[in-house]
Design a protein around this ligand. Structure first.
Ligand code: FAD
Length: 342
């Protein structure tokens, strides 16, 4: 159809290994589109430890998860990759013409001869609070992420949680909400001190209310929330009104839809060979934490090596007649032209 995005390679996952794959494929003139569930690149490095130092990236004695991500983006830039964030790949299907069709939950469709799965530990998914019946409100009154702020204009919002996401969204949505409340089980927060201060200031200016306790019950009808009951540490129950609940309890990794793509799996990992990092499906490769082979180490540097070898095999699929010449970036004016440095 008209809406299908066609490209040489679709990369599923914008973690460090997916990002480096853009570079290796780019050196071989392969165009890439990169898809990730998260709202930004970096995978585990950006989501789980942006500020922690990594000490075993070759040639970088110390680099934080965020710095490594930024450097990988910079390195990939000359190849003009296109990134699609907030999109979960749900379907990967073989077409009659031999290409792969990739579909996301946000309605995007891609077609490419090669798919690279760089999905790490799988999809990051929100941890849900254990409130009975919460499913009935999901997608109408209860949301685990904010995709478009506009959707929350004029709402009576209750944010639940004490981390950075909870604090950030409390502060960012307060000006457009009709009313804003935050609930957390204690008065201590695991968020940037600056955000905590801003929140306290809003409370002082009576622009929002902070409650201490845990939500025990939701009230409403047909998925439309009208309020919640929460329990304080002393066991006291309080009912408050709200029409929107945003719980931010962190993320966990689950394999997700990858299990349905007809690929061989071994304990939630994708078995590959060590020459091409190919899966059992022709044209689908798997690199980084998601793959498995004898001797595999779940290290970023392993994924980088896997990306380089995978790219050679991908080139042969996309462009079977091309002669692949081994070249160094140091001395090849051809590669330097592609990198925009010659
Ligand atoms: P990931 O970083 O996991 O990225 C995968 C991406 O794919 C995610 O963003 C996910 O949202 C996306 N995704 C998954 N499924 C889908 C789907 N269906 N649709 C769309 N997107 C999808 N390694 C080191 O080498 N050195 C270290 O010092 C080190 N320290 C670490 C410290 C911690 C605390 C942790 C948790 C890990 C550490 N690691 C370290 C491991 C390292 O982070 C991983 O090896 C690396 O992130 C793997 O990269 P990846 O690109 O394969 O996958």
């Amino acid at each position: 159809s008209q809406d299908t995005i066609t490209t040489d390679v679709v990369i599923i996952g914008a973690g460090p290994c997916g990002l480096f794959a853009i570079f290796e494929l780019g050196l071989l003139d392969l165009k890439t589109h990169v898809i990730d569930i998260l709202d930004r690149p970096g995978g585990q490095c950006a989501e789980l430890y942006p500020e922690k130092p990594i000490y075993d990236i070759p040639g970088l004695p110390v680099v934080s998860g965020q710095e490594l991500t930024d450097n990988l983006l910079e390195q990939a830039k000359p190849f003009g990759p296109e990134y699609h964030y907030n999109e979960m790949v749900e379907q990967v299907q073989k077409l009659d013409n031999g290409n792969w069709q990739v579909k996301t939950d946000g309605g995007l469709t891609f077609e490419a001869p090669v798919v690279v799965i760089a999905a790490g530990g799988g999809s990051f998914q929100p941890k849900k609070p254990p409130i009975p019946g919460i499913e009935a409100y999901e997608g109408t009154s209860v949301f685990y992420s904010v995709k478009k702020m506009d959707a929350f204009k004029g709402k009576n919002i209750l944010v639940s949680g004490g981390g950075d996401s909870a604090l950030d969204w409390t502060i960012n949505l307060q000006p457009i909400a009709d009313s804003m409340q935050l609930i957390h089980r204690r008065d201590g927060f695991r968020a940037a001190p600056d955000s905590v201060n801003k929140m306290h200031a809003l409370v002082e200016e009576k622009k929002m209310i902070f409650h201490m306790g845990q939500i025990t019950e939701l009230h409403g009808d047909n998925g439309q929330l009208e309020g919640v009951t929460y329990k304080s540490k002393e066991g006291e129950l309080t009912k408050i009104e709200c029409d929107t609940l945003l719980p931010f309890f962190g993320l966990t990794m689950k394999l997700g839809p990858i299990a349905d793509w007809g690929l061989n799996l071994d304990e939630n990992l994708i078995p590959v060979d060590t020459e091409k990092f190919a899966t059992n499906a022709d044209g689908i490769f798997a690199i980084g934490d998601i793959n498995h082979y004898p001797g595999k180490l779940k290290l970023i540097l392993s994924g980088f090596h896997e990306a380089a070898l995978m790219a050679q095999a991908a080139k042969r699929i996309v462009d079977p007649d091309a002669k692949i010449v081994f070249q160094y970036t140091t001395s090849s004016s051809n590669l330097q032209k592609k990198l925009g440095v010659a």
